[in-house]
Design a protein around this ligand. Sequence first.
Ligand code: GTP
Ligand code: MG
Length: 195
Amino acid sequence: MQIKSAVFRISARDLAAAPEWDYPEFAFIGRSNVGKSSMINMLSNKSDLAKVSATPGKTQLLNFFIINDQWCLVDLPGYGYAKVAKSEKINFNESVGDYLEQRENLRRVFILIDSRIPPQQIDLDFVAWFGDCGVPFSLVFTKADKQSATKIRVATESFLARLPEHLKGVPQIIVSSSKERTGRIDLLKSIAQMI
Ligand code: GTP
Ligand code: MG
């Protein structure tokens, strides 16, 4: 799939503020700092479409980007970040939860997992919860440029081994590096299948 245009359209604080339109949506979720915004920039061929930061908690709203005037990438706030004001944190988590559970436009969710570290309980809990929402999802192991292929394989296998039995084998697995543009074709193919 060729990316001909990528345009930021709107930031929404919650599901009620999300736009009403017919674009199929593809959302990116995962722990703060895992690389969601970087991945949106990599996919869209624009270095500064979504805001990236080395400080966790950068993305705080639901951000909608229209691609080829045909479909939509949604950059979501990360989970597991404690330093935002408590009221805000709860609010954003609720907004993300509402969006993921109730958004009719949502076609597929990419759940990003840091490939450098052993399975984290918060990620396992998130996948276990989302896996029962009924929306197709992929597990994307990020920052693959930072370690060997062997270590990445161990990371993906040990993560899958700890998923609830009924979810093992369900998600599509993608290994990615936004820095080296790895996984881009698989991600775009996965999107193209659902448009
Ligand atoms: P929040 O918005 O805070 O939830 O974070 P995020 O998941 O959107 O992460 P973001 O894309 O802002 O990236 C966080 C940090 O990781 C930045 O310093 C990025 O440059 C870095 N990063 C993201 N992807 C990669 C990657 O594939 N390889 C490497 N080496 N660094 C990456
Ligand atoms: Mg972000």
